[in-house]
Design a protein around this ligand. Sequence first.
Ligand SMILES: *Cc1c(COP(=O)(O)O)cnc(C)c1O
Length: 339
Amino acid sequence: MTIMKSEILSRSTEKTTLPVVLDDVEQAAARIVGHVARTPLVRSHALSELTGQPVYLKLETRQPIGAFKLRGAMNAILSLDDATRKRGLVTASTGNHGRAVAYAARELGLSATICMSSLVPANKIEAIRALGAEIIIVGASQDNAQEEVERLVHSRGLTRIPPFDHVDIVAGQGTIGLEIAEELHDLAAVLIPLSGGGLAGGIALAIKALKPGARIIGISMERGAAMHAAIAAGRPVPVQEEETLADSLGGGIGLKNRVTFALCSDLLDGIVLLTEGEIAAGIRHAAREEGEIVEGAGAVGIAAILAGKVRVSGPTAIIVSGGNIDPEIHSDIVGGAAA
Ligand SMILES: *Cc1c(COP(=O)(O)O)cnc(C)c1O
C-alpha cells in the first residue's frame, strides 16, 4: 500500500504555484522563536544499526504541550492583529491542536474557547481545562462542536484557529524543516506522519527549497488515511473515520481543502500506510530502544522503517510528532499486550 512519485506526478502535471513558500516559513521561525522549543535532533543508534544508515529522530515530543502543533498555532495567533487576537480564539479540536491553542492563548494572555462534544473523554477535557481554556460542551459529535465554533465566530467575534488547512499553520509546522536542514547537510530523506497535511506540507516545502535532493515520505495508518485517498482520487474525497492507535492522524482533510492538498500532492515523493500492529511495534521500539514515550501518530516513522516499508539510503530524519498517549494504553503496548 504505497503510492510512489510517478503516480503522484501523473496527477499534478501542470506547474502550479504553491500556496505557501519558504519565505513564509522563515518569517514564522522568526515570529515563534522564544515561544516554542527548538527540539533536539538525535541519532537513533538502534535504527542506524538496523538500516546501516544514519537515522535521526526529531523529537517534537519535547514541545511544552508534547507535540509539534504549538508551532503552527503560535504562528497563526501571532500573525493576527492585536484587536482580532484580543477578541479571543476558538477551535473544536480536543487533541494536540486544542492543547496548542489553549497553551498559546495562556502564554500570550489571550482567551481561548474549545468546543467539544459530550463524547470527549474526561481526561482530554481536563488536560485542556488545566491550560486555562473555556470549555463548551455541545451535542454528541465533532460536527456539532464545529457548528458551535461557527456560531461563536459570528455571535462573539472569536477567531477560529484551524488545525492544518491554513497558510500560517503550515508555515509554523514548516519550521521543523528549517531546523533539520540546518543540522543535516547531507540529508537524504524525511519521514513525516501525515493526516491533514499541515505538518508534511510545511516540512516538505522547506526541505524541497533547501535540500532539493531529499525525498519526503508521508506516513499514515491503513485505517482512514484521508490524504492518501485524496491524492489517489486527484481531489479530496470523504473517508470513513476508524479507530486507530494513531488517533492524532484520524479525520478528513476537508472536502474544500485550500492549502494542504495542493502542497502534499505536489511535494510528497510517496505515502506509506501502516497496520495497527506495525504502529504498535513503533511505539514499543520508541520506549524500549530509544527511551521515548511516543503516541501512535508520533511513532509511524519509526514503524515504517521497522516494517521494511521505506528503503533507507543516506541520512534520514524521522519526525517524532507527539507523545500524548494514555499511560495505560502505552504500558499495555510496551508490555506487548495490545495489538
Ligand atoms: C496533528 C498531528 C499529526 C498530523 O498533522 P497534520 O498536519 O494533520 O498532518 C501527526 N502527529 C501528531 C502527534 C499530531 O498531533
